[in-house]
Unconditional design. Sequence first.
Length: 607
Amino acid sequence: MVQPSVFRSATRPGLHVCARCAIKVSRRDGKRWISQRYLAKVADAELKWQERALEIKQGKKKSMLTTLEERGLIHAVTGNRDEVDRMMTDRRVGAYVGIDPTAQSLHVGHLLPLMSLFWMYVHGYHAITLVGGATAKIGDPTGRLTSRDHVHRSIRAQYMVSMHYQLKKLWLNVEAYGLKYGYKWEWAWKRGLLNNNTWMNKLPILEVLQILGPGVRMGSMLAKETVKNKMQNGDGMSFAEFTYPILQAWDWWHMYNTLGIRMQIGGADQYGNITAGIDAVKYIAENHPAPDTPKKTSDLPFGFTVPLLTTSSGAKFGKSAGNAIWLDSSLTSPFDLYGYFVSTSDTDVSRYLKLFTFMRLEDIDELVKQHMESPSHRIAQHKLASELVELIHGRTAAEAAAEQHRIVFGSSPKPPTENEGPDLAGRNALSFAQVNANNRPQAQMQLPRSLVGAVSIGRLLHAAGLAESASEGHRLAAQQAVYIGGAPTKEKMPMNEGGLSFARIKLWTPEETEKYIIGSNLLILRRGKHNIRIIELIDDEEYAKSGKLYPGKEAHDNMLKGRMQDIHAMEKKLKELGEREEEKKNPSIDRSLVDPLEIAETQWEVR
């Protein structure tokens, strides 16, 4: 019999510990063993980084900051520009972009800070996209004169889930798109998609006041342009809006302390919030009262902003400007997205190619030169549109959009309808195993409110389009292979507000499904990683007027019809029974003279 291997204790040289026992103890303590192979990978990655840094300092390669500047992705850098350049060259710093889910979808304006982050990621930096599930409850007052309208929690949940899966899809496309330009994934690349609700919901207000409060000065907060502008020219500023920069700063501190995220990237209007966050993180790092939190006087935070996205005429893009180009295919189809950027002016196309693509600057210059030789062919605009659709929706969607555009504006007079965009045609024919982030069916849908409490979970999965039949839906539930948006606990309840969590679906009753409804009218279902349904539950009359049909509706209607027939048959039998009982009690009564209302009352008494 082979004897178990042993480890020699470093603290007690004479003691040997069985390897199996050592592993059991480490698991009980929550510790993980770090293998020599992992340490070798870390050392190799660090060596390659230092070699790259040396080439940058020798002028053989461009620094990351210089690359971003040349592409027009830098608006303002906090602190000294050369110092920031040196830190980004010497260290594999972590960076993040935060987005509050205050709308159903990202728009093209969001891509500028994200493109900076994507460039850093494909060059080996640690990149984080942060969804503000908690901060969205307050709303960033920056650049606003009026307070945001109150949004129902179910709508906020819908926005948050939609944006989470959009960012997840974008990251997958970025890796595929980067590979096209030679940026092959490496082991040291790290990225993450976080939600600040994860830590904000557990954060006591007293902890914020104790740790960060003493370092926040009222004078500097009141002097901010956002505060003065909203108080003097707008509808005033609430305390919640006033504290928004503090919550944003705490997000940074949490990621700085747990993940080593030193850089924040934001829009041009976020410079004040970024500098406030830098001051807050520095203060906490130097003055944290907890003895187990080491004081940090080096590796301090920094950041930069990207320019506001405008056309050459100065027109803005975005939700507030009223001309947002959405990244959700159900709001702006890939065909419409392609067509919009094909119409880009000659003065803007070169700048947009630098901002929104991974193309080399030399190739962009050559392409624009070819375009100017024959502007009517718009080859630069078609390249821009194709690259952008590929980044957002994938290569298949880009090729389909280009072909549709050629057909529509070349020979066919009829543009595609809303439901005929690329990746939509034939989508229903896809097997569920083939569904991915780019070809998944539309996530948002509506179902009648009564359906959830009336049908089994298998029929509900079929109605939501997550199962090909009710029987398959029951099979999936029995295998616990589908999920519902809710707290992953034994108690059936909706997921925490602002957060995203799922519980496994089991073969349970309709009443148990109703426990997962968010805010009385929202239900979230998922099959696999990307096949998700964000279901708005509406009144039955409203659904009937809409003319919509869900899978299995005919069978459901037939089932209800059968139940009604059974009820009518039962009522008929009860009616006959009541009449017989009445005849037994009063055999001499002429039935034709009895008031119908009295008969009805007698029937109900019998029931």
